[in-house]
Design a protein around this ligand. Sequence first.
Ligand SMILES: NC(=O)c1ccc[n+]([C@@H]2O[C@H](COP(=O)([O-])OP(=O)(O)OC[C@H]3O[C@@H](n4cnc5c(N)ncnc54)[C@H](OP(=O)(O)O)[C@@H]3O)[C@@H](O)[C@H]2O)c1
Length: 322
Amino acid sequence: MPMTLRTAQDQDATVAVAIGDSARAAEWQAALIDAAPDFTIVRAEAMAAPAVADFAVVWRAPLGMLSRFPRLKAVLSLGAGVDGILSNRELEPGVPVVRMVDEALTQGMVEYVLWHVLRYQRRAPELLAAQRRQEWLPIAAPLASERCVGVMGLGVLGEAAARRLTAIGFRVKGWSRTPRQLDGIETFSGTTGLAGFLGGVEILICFLPLTPETENILAAPLFAALAPGAFLINAARGEHLVEADLLEALAAGRLAGATLDAFRTEPLPADHPFWKHPAITVTPHVASLTRAASGARHLAAEMRRILAGEAPLHAARRDRGY
Ligand SMILES: NC(=O)c1ccc[n+]([C@@H]2O[C@H](COP(=O)([O-])OP(=O)(O)OC[C@H]3O[C@@H](n4cnc5c(N)ncnc54)[C@H](OP(=O)(O)O)[C@@H]3O)[C@@H](O)[C@H]2O)c1
């Protein structure tokens, strides 16, 4: 049997992979073993003594899961959004929750945003509808510099998207909870900055975390404050959107279209009106998926920081809910 030599950097830690979907759990277990060969990486359901786990890697944290691991040094999320973990009452106070921050995840989200923003800017829905009618419709599209895009949430994903949209010429406005300064982007913050942010926005993209302050924010008053005939792209959470208000705004022409990647109920129920709405594009929560190989390297680095007594780089803050 080959002998495994330990190096000075090797650390002892037991990691429970607590992901319901077994194919996904196997993929993440293998990726974590590659990223941290010195750790013991075990599928949660196969652990005889879950109490020994130092870390739990989770996707969502249903009730009954976290209480199995009473000695955790951290909970690590496969997703960037951690609302489903922070709201779990079994989460011990003082146990950090590490968010997924990964270049591949960010790049995937930027690509999703470019796809849909350019689709709307180039008037693709009208051209495709005309093609279906076999109608030659030579309509002009405005240049990017003539379009104002608003990005709600200037965190990891929102900032990356806002910067890329600026780089290809869009006029970009951004909104965050606390003031941010970003080159070439007009920024606004807090509830007092919201009206100024929304004014004139023709394509609105939501990258907010789900918190009590942001739940139901995509609703009639917000739609009314946008430029008439604006488009909405929601790649954050379904609970941000008041669905009836969206349908009403589309019917009244206040909004011209929406692209939605996240929904209150997933999968979206078969009889949901969004499926067949001509102005709504539905994508099945695939705007950007976490890749196991690069995601596991991020989680391994965060676990090593914690074992070395340092704070993780991307811990959620419980006081603000994201
Ligand atoms: N559909 C998908 O495939 C997918 C994939 C990944 C993530 N997501 C979603 O995307 C969300 C954002 O991810 P992220 O990594 O960019 O998050 P993040 O880095 O935590 O950034 C969140 C941003 O939202 C701002 N914000 C929070 N509460 C606010 C409020 N009440 N008013 C105004 N701004 C507020 C924050 O302001 P400050 O800068 O002041 O803190 C920050 O700029 C996640 O929570 C998740 O729900 C979806």
